[in-house]
Design a protein around this ligand. Structure first.
Ligand SMILES: [Zn+2]
Length: 132
């Protein structure tokens, strides 16, 4: 059993094969599909060659199935999807919606694991105990 990702609103599956598939939109530009690596801490992404992503740009993230906003209620610069691991445990995965910012938080209850070199950036705001 592999790691699965789900939309917190419709529970739809966001992982196909080796991609986490999301819809993103920067300001008033057209939206686009973004393929992310399902391995936590791997920040490689794939998008269509006609679109561009520059570091520092802040994107809105949406579920490609139900189109709900994937905002995180922990911080306005984070977004959230559900993650189910090999042991069938479900976590909240919060990560930065700012291009180039490597900060990811895997949260279950009061426990948090952090990933990415920019993770300390938001830790103070989360008021959770770092168990990583
Ligand atoms: Zn959805």
């Amino acid at each position: 059993m592999t790691t699965d990702y789900m939309c917190p609103h419709c529970n739809g599956h966001l992982r196909l094969d080796n991609h986490l598939i999301l819809t993103v939109k920067h300001e008033d530009e057209a939206g686009m599909l973004l393929l992310m690596d399902p391995e936590i801490g791997n920040y490689q992404t794939i998008h269509h060659q006609s679109n561009s992503i520059r570091d520092g740009q802040k994107f809105e993230f949406y579920c490609p199935i139900c189109h709900a906003s994937l905002f995180s209620d922990l911080n306005e610069n984070l977004v959230m999807v559900l993650m189910r691991d090999e042991k069938n445990k479900t976590f909240e995965l919060h990560f930065s919606r700012i291009a180039g910012q490597k900060s990811t938080y895997k949260i279950m209850g009061k426990e948090i694991q952090t990933f990415g070199i920019d993770a300390p950036h938001y830790l103070d705001f989360l008021h959770l105990i770092d168990m990583s």
